[in-house]
Design a protein around this ligand. Structure first.
Ligand code: PMP
Length: 399
């Protein structure tokens, strides 16, 4: 047993980062790493972005925290930006993705309660999904291992498979169904993008049965796929409620639950809250992050670089069919499904000065900052190629 003073819940890589600049991280020994993790899709503007540093330092000298019993102009400013850019009319601010999910599920149940249908509590979630670590989030998530040892599964959660068309239609029609929650691009599950057809069919069925559609865009949102939100690639598939976090603060902890005014009708005074949620410091940084990420040029850049990466990665997979069996995902949320163990491959990539994240179905994920330039994208693939070569040699030796 470890003698660390930390709870042993993380399997940490043997790497201590000292500082970062743009798409690069430097360890305490001065070694440079190309960062294709970006704090798991969080540092969308890279490290030490000047606009974020300026916003943080300016606000730090003025006011950090006051409590939601007072007006916080930064919340109005960020909510205005988010609602102008999306389907939503109203926003609640928290501090993380899990809190955004928690608020989304509470909002959905309160909607039916306000409509005089309190029996509608069931939330449909999907295999392979990840929504966070609170009790609501682990019950909505499609990975039973997150529930193990934490007592009985909570009532009011239904798990289905994404390809179970009949099951989805049947469950949406039940009188106890409140909401369906889905990631338009699964992140932790291994970078799986849902099709336009899937999203449209589910949107239409939700509308038909009065079920609220919740998108979890915690990982896929804020420019990650080359649109501000991944579902915005398609017309007419807007949700009723959406959870956002990660890149919303560009690395500063902040989360948001967005909803239409109608879907949020049950969220009245006193039913929800947060001490830290939406505090002035978080809002100042998140506004600066939003203004940089939502710029059409930034989203266009993300599309250009992700196209470049996709082309190069597909070529790499062709050269190394014994290492990479699939290239998937959307935009800068890229998954490589591997033959060698993904954890071993992450360590190999690290040896070659490249940081990548793990993912379900034995994937590694590339989640670079959106500011990655073409030279860095090329460099990332060269380093991956070197890792593939080493993996091939080791595989051959093991055979
Ligand atoms: N939803 C998705 C899609 C996520 O990827 C994550 C985090 N990986 C969460 C929710 C939970 O976010 P947090 O860790 O900030 O609570």
């Amino acid at each position: 047993m470890s003698d660390s003073a930390l709870m042993a819940v993380y399997n940490r890589a043997p790497l201590t980062v000292s500082h970062g600049q743009g798409a690069w991280l430097y360890d305490t020994e001065g070694r440079a790493y190309l960062d294709c993790v970006a704090g798991i899709a969080t540092d969308a503007l890279g490290h030490a972005h000047p606009a974020l540093v300026a916003a943080l330092t300016e606000q730090a000298g003025k006011l950090w925290h006051v409590s939601n019993i007072f007006r916080i102009p930064g919340q109005e400013g960020l909510a205005q930006r988010l609602t102008n850019a999306t389907f939503a009319d109203v926003v609640f601010f928290g501090n993380s993705g899990s809190e955004a999910i928690e608020c989304a599920i509470k909002t959905a149940r309160r909607f039916h309660h306000a409509n005089g249908q309190p029996e509608r509590i069931d939330v449909i979630g999907f295999a392979g999904s990840f929504h966070g670590r609170t009790y609501a989030a682990i019950n909505a998530s499609g990975n039973p291992s997150y529930l193990e040892g934490f007592g009985p599964r909570l009532p009011g959660y239904v798990q289905l498979s994404l390809d179970d068309e009949a099951g989805i239609a049947e469950t949406l029609a039940r009188p106890t169904t409140a909401a369906l929650i889905v990631e338009p691009v699964q992140g932790e599950g291994g970078a799986r993008a849902l099709s336009e057809d899937w999203l449209r069919r589910v949107r239409d069925l939700c509308t038909q049965h009065g079920v609220l559609l919740i998108y979890d865009e915690v990982q896929s949102g804020m420019g990650r796929t080359g649109q501000l939100f991944a579902h915005q690639w398609f017309d007419g598939v807007e949700p009723d409620i959406m959870a956002v976090a990660k890149a919303l603060g560009g690395g500063f902890p902040v989360g948001a639950c967005l909803a239409t005014r109608d879907a949020a009708k049950g969220m009245v005074v006193g039913v929800h809250g947060s001490t830290f949620g939406g505090n002035p410091l978080a809002m100042a940084v998140a506004i600066a992050a939003f203004d940089a990420i939502a710029k059409p040029e930034m989203l266009a850049h993300a599309r250009t670089i992700s196209d470049l990466l996709k082309g190069k990665l597909e070529a790499l997979a062709e050269s190394f069919p014994d290492v990479i069996v699939d290239v998937r995902g959307k935009g800068m949320l890229i998954g490589l499904k591997l033959i060698p163990n993904n954890r071993d491959f992450m360590a190999l990539a690290r040896e070659h000065g490249l940081l990548v994240a793990g993912g379900g179905e034995n994937c590694v994920r590339l989640l670079p900052p959106l500011i990655l330039n073409a030279g860095e994208a090329t460099e990332a693939v060269l380093r991956l190629e070197a890792a593939c070569r080493t993996a091939r040699t080791r595989l051959a030796r093991a055979a």
